[in-house]
Ligand binder design. Structure first.
Ligand SMILES: O=C(CO)COP(=O)(O)O
Length: 258
């Protein structure tokens, strides 16, 4: 029986300005009860410009909700126009940062090498990376989803030491299931999440692999989360669209009630 606490993280993507973020987090924290946080870790990943407002709210009201960013720079500081460093995110109290989301890989050309540098930058500043991996439709149709995804895991974790990796979160997000309503079956999710855990055992140890939380992401909703969470190697979800609806997100957090 796994002792891993599920992590339900809402990736807001480029939605909700800082005023909307305050209203959203207030509503969310009001809806969640202490027993929810006992069972599940809850996090939101707002846009950068919302983070200071979310920090002020979370600190001021001593909320149990965690928060983080959707990306970070691989660099610490300097002439990198438009970039945000891990040090800046740490100062804002971020617990998590997504690395290598498929939208960053697709629209910003992020490679496994860059993701690896970002994972290291996150750890350097004490922030837990959520390393996002997953195949596109062509790869899925060719039946190559496992080797494709494991290559992304290998690339993202290259030379990252065990004492850091044991706290990492890996999000398996098949690209064809993101924002399409096309959810992977629970068995599809388990196949790749189980393979990721197996790879962690090969690269590090079974003990480490058993500690790492592996999320599923892609069209997660209150109606499909329970079956996905019933899979032995799925330890939470990275939720896009459904996380923008507080009631829906709360139902996802309470997946055990269904
Ligand atoms: O990309 C995702 C989360 O990071 C998933 O997005 P959707 O839940 O909107 O499919």
């Amino acid at each position: 029986m796994s002792t891993r606490t599920p992590l339900m993280a809402g990736n807001w993507k480029m939605n909700l300005n800082h005023l909307e973020a305050i209203a959203h987090v207030q509503k969310l924290s009001f809806a969640l009860a202490d027993k929810d946080y006992d069972a599940v870790e809850v996090a939101v990943l707002p846009p950068f410009v919302d983070l200071r407002s979310v920090q002020t709210l979370v600190d001021g009201d001593k909320l149990k909700i965690k928060y983080g960013a959707q990306d970070l720079s691989a660099q610490d500081s300097g002439a990198y126009t438009g970039e945000i460093s891990g040090a800046m995110l740490a100062k804002l109290g971020c617990s998590y940062v997504a690395v290598g989301h498929s939208e960053r890989r697709q629209y910003h050309g992020e490679s496994d090498e860059l993701c690896n540098a970002k994972v290291k930058a996150a750890y350097k500043h004490g922030i837990t990376p959520i390393l996002c991996v997953g195949e596109g439709l062509d790869v899925r149709k060719a039946g190559e989803q496992v080797p494709h995804t494991l290559a992304q895991v290998d690339g993202g974790l290259k030379d990252v030491p065990a004492e850091q990796v044991e706290s990492i979160v890996i999000a398996y997000e098949p690209v064809w299931a993101i924002g399409t309503g096309e959810v992977a079956t629970p068995e599809d999710a388990q196949e790749v999440c189980g393979a990721i855990r197996g790879r962690l055992a090969e690269l590090y140890s079974q003990e480490l692999a058993d500690k790492v939380r592996i999320q599923y992401g892609g069209s997660v909703k209150s109606g499909n989360i329970a079956a996905i969470m019933a899979q032995p190697d799925v330890d939470g979800a990275l939720i896009g669209g459904a996380a923008l609806d507080v009631d829906e997100f709360v139902k996802i957090v309470r997946f055990r009630d269904q």
